[in-house]
Design a protein around this ligand. Structure first.
Ligand code: GDP
Length: 365
């Protein structure tokens, strides 16, 4: 499964956020195939449509889809030179698909800040620079090998060399790999380099309890937003401490608590959805009387591959998928009515599944 790694300097609220994630945790009985690892937290992806489908179909059981966060502790200044947990830390980041960077935007004199003062931009730059330096080293190593091969007219090397050079120059200018606008073709090659700063990044501004409702008045948050905007990255504002409390509440209590705080959706729920989108993930549904369920797929996946998310037999024996868009099903109020209106389509092997599709797979066993 795809996963987002949580990083950040010490004392910014990572453990607090990760605790909230673990406490909010998905009911593991529903996800027997998920990783069992103390550093991985599995959460359910919030989706109002699932509730609506449940009201419509009245199944015995409803199962949301899940998403994984990995806790990556231990980055400090000098990590790229092996300081702190250095290399181990970078190796963990290499394995995740997106990076969620927690940034301290709360002032609290009782909690020491590693560099002595709260300065979110400096913090972000410390981390980003470590990642850039690690990438620079990797690219330089590869480039020296590739240049020799390119001289011998090796095709792959000749394709790689200019890309590596461009990356090297970008890193030397202390910019991340994700700031380069690669073509699809180039990006395929770049992926093979397993660089850290090419992974998509999301910033989590951690604010104090009393500021969470009016977070945009917080000057630290404003600065983080500005910084992220220049990078084309997204910012989610949370109060990790409150999220830890919310995670222990049931749905009804949670709704009341959020209303009291003056927030519409919990920061964690926003973070889950943003991370999900950042990774190019989307949701389709199956809606039977036994079970209404949400399934995760990568945007662009075709019907048989999506069927394979449920079971590999579904993919192998795929015949077709009876498909109705969630909006159409809701507009007509029942599967029968949607069918009569011609909104239920018979889709074949080449169909590219859309977010919100409600699907019934036909397959040979
Ligand atoms: P980590 O080192 O990044 O994992 O940081 P922790 O999660 O351990 O948090 C460091 C300290 O900051 C702890 O004492 C937390 O209780 C406190 N803390 C974390 N988030 C918040 C917050 O949103 N508001 C306040 N006031 N304190 C926080």
């Amino acid at each position: 499964a795809l996963t987002a790694g949580i990083v950040g300097l010490p004392n910014v609220g990572k453990s607090t956020l990760f605790n909230a994630i673990t406490k909010a945790g998905a009911e593991s009985a529903n996800y027997p195939f998920c990783t069992i690892d103390p550093n991985v937290g599995i959460v359910e992806v919030p989706d109002n449509r699932l509730q609506k489908l449940t009201e419509l179909v009245e199944p015995k059981k409803t199962v949301p889809t899940a998403f994984e966060f990995t806790d990556i502790a231990g980055i400090v200044k000098g990590a790229s030179k092996g300081e702190g947990l250095g290399n181990k830390f970078l190796a963990h980041i290499r394995e995740v698909d997106a990076i969620t960077q927690v940034v301290r935007c709360f002032a609290d004199d009782n909690i020491t800040h590693v560099s002595g003062k709260v300065d979110p931009i400096e913090d972000i730059e410390v981390i980003n620079l470590e990642l850039i330096l690690a990438d620079l080293e990797a690219v330089e190593k590869r480039l020296s090998r590739v240049e020799k091969l390119a001289k011998q007219k090796d095709k792959d090397a000749m394709a790689e060399a200019p890309i590596l050079t461009r990356l090297k120059e970008t890193f030397e200018a202390e910019k991340p790999g994700r700031s380069i606008d690669f073509t699809e073709e180039e990006f395929k090659i770049v992926k093979g380099f397993h660089l850290l700063t090419v992974k998509p990044m999301l910033y989590v501004a951690n604010v104090s309890e009393d500021e969470v409702a009016n977070a945009d008045d917080n000057e630290y948050v404003q600065k983080v937003r500005e910084y992220a905007k220049a990078e084309g990255a997204e910012v989610i504002v949370i109060c990790a401490k409150i999220e830890e409390e919310i995670a222990e509440l049931d749905d009804e209590e949670k709704a009341m608590f959020l209303e009291e705080l003056g927030i519409e959706e919990s920061g964690l729920d926003q973070l889950i959805r943003a991370s999900y989108n950042l990774l190019g993930l989307a949701t389709y549904f199956t809606a039977g009387v036994q079970e209404v369920r949400a399934w995760t797929f990568r945007k662009g996946m075709k019907a048989p591959q999506c069927a394979g998310v449920i079971h590999s037999d579904f993919e192998r024996g795929f015949i077709r998928a009876e498909t109705v868009a969630y909006e159409d099903l809701m507009a007509y109020g029942s599967m029968t009515a949607a069918k009569e209106a011609g909104k239920v389509r018979q889709e074949g092997k080449e169909y590219i599944v859309q977010d919100g599709d409600v699907m019934l797979f036909r397959f040979n066993v």
